[in-house]
Design a protein. Structure first.
Length: 145
């Protein structure tokens, strides 16, 4: 006799599938710190996970950090062409949007990118992205570079 309850295989499988999701810590990019509530770490839901991932993708330069070596994670054109006054050219913006769309659609949780818009104000680039998740939900992100 075991002290643990016996489950039917169906119930046990359902519990495993339900808990199979990943836990990610919620990060505040403005304050540059992990979000805490009552001294405990706050975990992000699926929409926040994708939003955080998109912001990290855009704010990371490809091959700058060793942890991302040979992963192609991060933005190539955004940081390689910085300082060349190309943020206003239509070609640069189209190429930037293409790269963003390609990299985001490679993520398992995203089914498609529905909208990308860029707005350049003097020394700041505002990128707004709307994505459709595989769960059917929609997530929107705004990233300032």
């Amino acid at each position: 006799m075991s002290i643990f309850p016996q489950f039917k295989d169906e119930v046990l499988t359902a519990v495993k599938v339900e808990k199979a999701g990943t836990k990610e810590i919620l990060f505040d990019f403005k304050a540059k710190r992990v979000v805490l509530k009552d001294g405990k770490v706050v975990f992000a839901d699926k929409i926040k996970q994708v939003q955080q991932w998109i912001e990290l993708l855009i704010k990371t330069e490809t091959d700058k950090y060793r942890v991302y070596d040979e992963t192609d994670f991060g933005m190539t054109n955004l940081y390689a062409l910085r300082g060349h006054s190309l943020f206003e050219s239509p070609f640069f913006l189209m190429e930037l949007e293409r790269e963003i769309k390609e990299k985001i659609e490679n993520k398992d949780d995203v089914s498609s990118v529905t909208n990308i818009s860029t707005e350049y104000n003097f020394n700041q680039l505002l990128i707004t992205i709307t994505v459709e998740l595989t769960t059917g939900e929609t997530a929107s992100s705004e990233v300032k570079v």
